[in-house]
Design a protein around this ligand. Structure first.
Ligand SMILES: Nc1ncnc2c1ncn2[C@@H]1O[C@H](COP(=O)(O)OP(=O)(O)OP(=O)(O)O)[C@@H](O)[C@H]1O
Length: 286
């Protein structure tokens, strides 16, 4: 059971302070969501964990040992992102072979299956691939490498809806066949909500949320009713957001207890995307 720990990570690009003090840990056998508004530093964080960018301060530990400039530790971590590292005149089959050679124990059976279900021609040259097909090629690499930690930065970029659905199915299947850790940074929150078990929200250079997904959603409620009734119901609650339409007020509250059942209002659940919007709005207004 391996673990990645990020400790007091800081990254400044000149005057731009992107990460201020990021702390987290990724344990074995989880699917994590890494959420955050545009430009908060999700890609930067994943690139530092995979040693592609050096931090200004802080450390990334793999099983207690620094993973920064540590090839042995990095052999357990794979990052898929939107960058193209492969020569455009090479073929898909060449890319898979290269990745297979670099990481060893590549799952060729799964690669053949994925090429077939996504209809990706192994003989196609990289320069002839569409954006979505290029993403599919990179996803095949990410699912077939034998590593314990797979970091997926915007994994469905350019994929149409049926292919996104197919990818989520294949990811869950691969996870079931060989449990490992996936970290998914995405803006398509509702699409991944059903498969993740832990949520990180990065805001203002720090982790604003680091919580079990079910616990997070179970602690949030939407309270709707007349403004007076809603205000009375949420008076002692942690209110993230208020929205009034006509004479109905709707509020999102979090950290509520299981016994939160106020009278004269309607109380419902909150989906992950609405909660994310409310949380990041609250942070921006703080
Ligand atoms: N090499 C660099 N030099 C200067 N600034 C950089 C560099 N790389 C990233 N940044 C800046 O760091 C900030 C965080 O970028 P990053 O790509 O990590 O954000 P993100 O959360 O992944 O964003 P998005 O959701 O839009 O993809 C941005 O303001 C970006 O402009």
């Amino acid at each position: 059971m391996s673990v990645i720990e990020v400790q007091h990570l800081q990254k400044h690009f000149g005057q731009k302070r992107v990460l201020e003090d990021v702390n987290l840990s990724f344990a074995s056998g989880h699917i994590y969501a890494l959420l955050g508004r545009n430009g908060v530093g999700k890609s930067t964080l994943l690139s530092i964990i995979n040693n592609r960018v050096l931090p200004t301060a802080g450390d990334v530990l793999y099983d207690g040992v620094s993973a920064i400039e540590n090839e042995a530790a990095q052999a357990h971590i794979y990052l898929m992102n939107d960058l193209n590292y492969f020569p455009s005149d090479k073929r898909v089959s060449w890319v898979l072979k290269m990745v297979g050679m670099l990481y060893g124990d590549f799952d060729w059976q799964l690669a053949a299956h994925l090429q077939q279900v996504f209809k990706l021609d192994g003989q196609a040259k990289i320069r002839s691939l569409s954006t979505g097909q290029r993403t599919i090629m990179k996803l095949i690499c990410a699912l077939c490498v034998p590593v314990d930690f797979v970091l997926l930065d915007e994994p469905v970029l350019g994929l149409d809806a049926p292919n996104r659905e197919l990818f989520y199915q294949e990811l869950l299947q691969a996870y079931g066949d060989r449990p490992r850790t996936f970290v998914i940074a995405t803006h398509l929150i509702e699409e991944i909500a059903r498969m993740i078990d832990h949520v990180f929200v990065l805001a203002d250079g720090r982790m604003q949320v680091d919580q079990d997904a079910d616990a997070l959603l179970n602690s949030a409620r939407t309270v709707t009713g007349t403004p007076a009734a809603v205000e009375a119901a949420i008076a002692h609650q942690h209110v993230l957001r208020r929205q009034q339409v006509g004479n109905q007020l709707s509020a999102i509250v979090m950290d509520v207890s299981q016994t939160f059942q106020p009278a004269a209002v309607e109380v419902g659940g909150v989906d992950l995307q609405s909660l994310f919007i409310a949380l990041t709005e609250e942070q921006a207004n703080a």
